[in-house]
Design a protein around this ligand. Structure first.
Ligand SMILES: CC(C)(COP(=O)(O)OP(=O)(O)OC[C@H]1O[C@@H](n2cnc3c(N)ncnc32)[C@H](O)[C@@H]1OP(=O)(O)O)[C@@H](O)C(=O)NCCC(=O)NCCS
Length: 163
C-alpha cells in the first residue's frame, strides 16, 4: 500500500474538524465517549491549546483539507499513576485511511511537539506496540490493565540532537 502524504497541523488551526473527530471518538471508544460513558469527546477536543499548556492535538489533513486522523499530547493517560508523562493519546485514523502511514506521521508529529514544549520524555499506553517499536527508540517500561485489556506502557526519551 502507498504511503498517504498528508499535512499535519495543530487542531487549533482546524476547528471545523472537531465535530467529525468527535463522532469518530464515539464510534471507536464507545465505552468512554458513548452515551453511557464518562467522556465528552467534543469538549475534550475543544480543550486543546497551542501554547505549550496541555492538552495539545494535531490533525492529519489530505490535499482537500479533509481530516484523516488525529493524535494528542496530554498530561494524563492510562498509567499516569506510575509514570509522570506527558502522554501520546487519542491516536485515531479514520478506518478508510488506515495502513497508509498516517498513524506513524501523527506519532512523529506528537514526538516533535513534546520536545518543542520542553519535555524530556514521552509516554504512551497502547495495545499497538508494533506501531511504536518501529520508530526511533520507544521502549517498554510497564504493563497495565484497562477496560481494553492488556496495555503496555512505552517511553521515548528526547533525542540528543533536539536539545
Ligand atoms: C492505530 C492506528 C492509529 C494506526 O493508524 P494507521 O494510519 O493505520 O498507522 P500506519 O499506517 O502508520 O501503521 C499501521 C500499520 O500499517 C503498516 N503500514 C503503514 N504504511 C504502510 C505501507 N505503505 N504499506 C504497508 N503497510 C504499511 C504499518 O507497518 C503498521 O503495521 P502494524 O499493524 O504491524 O503496526 C489506527 O489503526 C487506529 O486509529 N486504530 C483505532 C484506534 C486505536 O487503536 N488507537 C490507539 C493506538 S495507541
Amino acid at each position: 500500500m502507498n504511503r498517504l502524504d498528508c499535512q499535519i497541523i495543530s487542531l487549533t488551526r482546524a476547528p471545523p474538524t472537531i465535530p467529525v473527530l468527535a463522532r469518530w471518538f464515539v464510534e471507536e471508544w464507545a465505552s468512554y465517549y458513548g452515551p453511557d460513558g464518562p467522556g465528552d469527546a467534543e469538549s475534550d477536543l475543544r480543550a486543546c491549546r497551542d501554547d505549550g499548556v496541555l492538552p495539545y492535538s494535531v490533525v492529519a489533513l489530505d490535499a482537500e483539507r479533509r481530516v484523516l486522523g488525529t493524535a494528542s499530547l496530554k498530561a494524563e493517560s492510562i498509567g499516569s499513576d506510575r509514570f509522570p508523562g506527558p502522554w501520546l493519546a487519542a491516536l485515531l485514523v479514520s478506518p478508510r485511511h488506515r495502513r497508509h502511514g498516517v498513524g506513524s506521521q501523527l506519532v512523529a508529529a506528537i514526538e516533535t511537539a513534546a520536545w518543542r514544549f520542553g519535555h524530556a520524555e514521552l509516554y504512551v499506553s497502547t495495545d499497538r506496540e508494533n506501531l511504536f517499536a518501529r520508530s526511533r527508540g520507544w521502549t517498554r517500561v510497564g504493563v497495565t490493565q484497562s477496560r481494553r485489556g492488556r496495555i503496555v506502557v512505552l517511553r521515548l526519551t528526547r533525542p540528543a540532537e533536539t536539545l
